[in-house]
Ligand binder design. Structure first.
Ligand SMILES: Cc1cc2nc3c(=O)[nH]c(=O)nc-3n(C[C@H](O)[C@H](O)[C@H](O)COP(=O)(O)O)c2cc1C
Length: 394
């Protein structure tokens, strides 16, 4: 059982649907070219993030392909990759997961996404209503877990039929990669309590997160299981509160009211309860964005999915993370615009307060730039604790 004193597990995010410095403006937008995504992944690996979430959907690069490409470029970073039951068969998805687990040396985590957008599901060939998608997910996971346990599976369900299904190349992680799920509806909580290792919630205020955790815990206990918890937040951390809030305002300063209305109208066509809960936090209004001290709903004005951000000084954000940690959240999937620079900022400002260490490359001399025109600099050898001089390339 996780204890509130356990360290938090920080994750970052691969912006495989694009990135930028402004919400709702194409100015300075960054494309999804792989060399950029690789920089973000390598930064996350180097800085001490435990893993990265790769989103899935029609607006994203394919998460399996991107994770596979990132695996050999990183050392310890884990990949939280989505599986969409209904779009793929359990054996096919299990083969992909096992192969990536083998390629990456056991660094795969699975995000089970039933889906919350009927139009997107239909485009993928899935014509099930919301609750039926979860019923199919339940059957999918029943088959998946048996395959990952090494069984030869025959299964005859309402949505799924398997005959002689067997995984011949096992995953590195015994029992298969851990399963995550982020739905907020009643059937999502049921599926989570029966099959899932880590239940994820978008960043709702603490009292709402506490309710969801209690519900999943209750149901999991009834099923004789234990579930762990994680939250998904954007983050805007700066040296001072004032600087962080100025940055939050800047991020949405080019977001037009008509764009907000269009985004909200489009999101309201989804049947995702989680999305509905995100939208209810701000109601599409710029004057309702402060939903809890250091928790801001501004990002949800411009996009679907995770719509809230931890905003503030390192000290205050660390405190709010501590509050969520005390409720039971252990994994924090964070992101900030733009994702490369903000990964560094979060690691430099926040990680020292959370006792998170960067990847250890051995001795780490810190180079202090020399005077202009000088060929070298000075470094302070952290390991020996003494200053030394260095000669740089001339
Ligand atoms: C942390 C987190 C990550 C998610 N990632 C995705 C994703 O990549 N693609 C997607 O279509 N839905 C994603 N979702 C949405 C849910 O998995 C779910 O399909 C949707 O909310 C509908 O379920 P609900 O009605 O039970 O909330 C994510 C949710 C959470 C909390």
């Amino acid at each position: 059982m996780a204890s509130p004193d356990d360290p938090i597990r920080p994750f970052w995010f691969i912006p495989s649907h694009g990135d930028g410095r402004w919400l709702g403006s194409g100015e300075g937008a960054r494309s999804t070219e792989f060399s950029y995504l690789a920089q973000v992944g390598q930064a996350a690996d180097r800085l001490g993030f435990e893993g990265v979430l790769l989103p899935t959907g029609r607006t994203c690069e394919d998460s399996w392909v991107i994770a596979s490409a990132l695996a050999p470029l990183t050392q310890r970073l884990k990949f939280l990759v989505a599986v969409r039951p209904g779009v793929t068969s359990p054996l096919f998805a299990a083969r992909q997961a096992a192969s990536l687990d083998r390629v990456s040396g056991g660094r795969v985590l699975i995000n089970v996404v039933a889906g919350g957008n009927p139009a997107e599901a239909a485009a993928d060939g899935v014509f099930l209503e919301h609750d039926a998608r979860y019923a199919a997910t339940d059957e999918f996971l029943t088959g998946w877990r048996r395959l990952m346990a090494g069984e030869k599976v025959d299964f005859d369900g309402r949505h799924l039929r398997l005959q002689g299904a067997e995984l011949l190349f096992p995953p590195v992680q015994s029992g298969g990669p851990p399963l995550y799920l982020g739905g907020s509806s009643d059937p999502a909580l049921d599926v989570a309590s029966r099959h899932i290792d880590v239940y994820l919630t978008w960043g709702e205020p603490p009292h709402q997160v506490a309710e969801k955790i209690a519900q999943v815990r209750r149901r999991a206990e009834a099923a004789g299981r234990e579930v762990r918890f994680g939250g998904r937040f954007h983050i805007i951390v700066r040296e001072t509160e004032e600087a962080a809030w100025t940055e939050a305002e800047r991020l949405i300063s080019r977001l037009d009211d008509t764009v907000i209305a269009d985004v909200q109208a489009s999101l309201s066509k989804q049947d995702s309860e989680g999305q509905g809960r995100m939208m209810a936090l701000h109601g599409g209004r710029r004057d309702r964005l402060m939903i809890h001290p250091n928790l801001w709903a501004g990002i949800g004005l411009a996009r679907g999915g995770a719509g809230t951000a931890l905003v503030g000084s390192p000290e205050n954000i660390a405190k709010l993370i501590g509050d969520y940690r005390a409720l039971g959240l252990e994994t924090f999937v964070l992101s900030g615009y733009p994702h490369l620079e903000e990964a560094y900022r979060v690691a430099e400002l926040l990680f020292p307060r959370l006792n998170i260490a960067p990847l250890d490359y051995g001795p780490r001399p810190t180079i202090t730039p020399g005077r202009a025109g000088e060929a070298g600099g000075h470094f302070h050898d952290l390991n020996r604790g003494q200053a030394a001089s260095a000669t740089g390339p001339s």
